[in-house]
Structure formats: C-alpha cells, structure tokens
Design a binder for this molecule. Structure first.
Ligand code: BTN
Length: 233
C-alpha cells in the first residue's frame, strides 16, 4: 500500500532526486510531492516542465522488488493514471511503455528509476500529470492538461488522493487483469516503428514488456530492458 506517509514540498529540484537522496529515511510506500520542480526530469534525459499548478510526485518502494518486474510497475502506474483521469471524465490511452495520451497529446508521464541488480534495493516511480497548465510553449502541439480538456481548474490534493486510491486498488488486483486493461488502452499495437533503421509493425506486447515486432515474415522479440536503451519512436 502507498500513501500512508505523504510529504508535500513547495519546491524541489525533482521528487525522484529527493527520494534517491533520502532512501535511508523513507518508509516503503512514501509519496513525495512538489508543487513545483526546478529540475524536473523525463525519460531519455528530457526536461519535464514543472511550473506550479500540475501534479509532480514520486512513490518510493523498497520491499521485495525484482528487476524483471519493472514493466509490471509501469503497467500498474499507467492504469492507475488512466483510472484517475477517467474519474474526472477524461478518456486516455497509453503509448508504450508509459506515456498517457488524450487525443494524441501527452497528459502524463512516468519515470521509473531503480537501484540494485536483479533483486532491487528500491524503486522510485516518478509521475507527472499535466493538471492546470494552459501554455506548453514549444510543446503546445504535443502536450495537453486536464484543465485544457475539461475547461476547469482542478485541485491537486484531490487528484493525488484519487490517484493513491486507484493505485492501491490496482496493486491489490491480479496482474493479468491489469495487464489486459493496459493492452486495451495501448495505442501502439499494429503501429509502425523504426528499429535498427528498418520499419516494423508492433504485433504484440507480453506481460513482462517484451514486444514482438514484424516486418513481412520476419519477426523479432525485443526485451523491455533492451528497449529502454533504444529510441523507438
Ligand atoms: C516522461 O514521460 O518523460 C516522464 C516524466 C516524469 C515526470 C515526473 S514529475 C515527478 C517526478 N520527478 C521528476 O523529476 N520526474 C518525475
């Protein structure tokens, strides 16, 4: 269960960084929130715009974690986000592995960081949800917020509470059912991608994040650990 302890800061460089620096003082399931971040980070070393008004938080997990399960944590957090947005009447889809999209625009992202080898010491699930931001500057053609979709300013604390309750429900459920929901929400199946400079179709995604891509009769399996090192889109 997460959220027994929630720490809210006016400003942090990055909630993920805060967790990593304070690992020894945090209990399992702690949620760290910042109203704004001065060095918010996205995947592939991208900056994550982090002005006041959006939700930026990290979940700290430290018990019984395995590297092979990292994709499961991604699926669980993505479905918790989709359900949370759904609670507000927003229908979203998931772009593998964990971008949340509304009408093709990104509304939320997840950055998972971990320490340890096969048995992990801890993981940090960093989540950013675009809530009240109206101007995404050079990303206006790629990003959207809940406020823009609903034409309504939202309360960050209520949204976080809704997420935590969805996340706790999701982790109590059988993974196979949650994974099926992930597949139903996935936008990438049957879409083309470039891999090793060739065009492929994504034909399926497996429960551990392995994707199967096809080019004519040629089929290739790519493990999730390998994908995170490569640029797929
Ligand atoms: C992505 O889609 O690229 C992932 C974005 C993750 C952003 C969140 S905001 C809270 C946490 N702290 C960070 O520095 N990054 C994550």
């Amino acid at each position: 269960m997460i959220g027994k302890s929630i720490k809210i800061f006016e400003e942090l460089d990055s909630t993920n960084n805060f967790v990593k620096v304070n690992v020894s003082n945090l209990e399992n399931g702690t949620v760290i929130v910042a109203r704004k971040q001065t060095n918010g980070r996205g995947r592939r070393d991208n900056e994550w715009m982090s002005e006041n008004g959006n939700l930026y938080f990290s979940i700290f997990l430290k018990n019984d974690l395995h590297r092979n399960d990292i994709f499961k944590y991604i699926v669980q957090s993505s479905i918790a986000i989709v359900r949370t947005l759904g609670h507000y009447g927003i229908d979203s889809l998931i772009k593998y592995p964990n971008d949340c999209l509304v009408d093709g625009f990104k509304i939320a992202g997840v950055l998972i960081e971990s320490a340890g080898l096969s048995k992990l010491d801890y993981i940090v699930i960093g989540i950013g949800i675009n809530v009240n931001q109206l101007d995404f500057k050079e990303l206006n053609n790629k990003a959207i917020s809940m406020h823009k979709v609903l034409d309504l300013r939202l309360n960050i604390e209520n949204l976080l509470e809704e997420f935590i309750s969805n996340y706790n429900e999701v982790i109590k459920s059988e993974y196979s059912g949650i994974f099926n929901q992930y597949i139903e929400k996935s936008v990438v199946l049957n879409k083309s991608i470039i891999y090793d400079d060739k065009e492929f179709n994504i034909s399926s995604i497996e429960q551990d994040g392995t994707i199967i891509i096809k080019n004519g009769s040629f089929e290739q399996r790519i493990a999730f650990s390998e994908i995170s090192l490569k640029e797929l889109y």
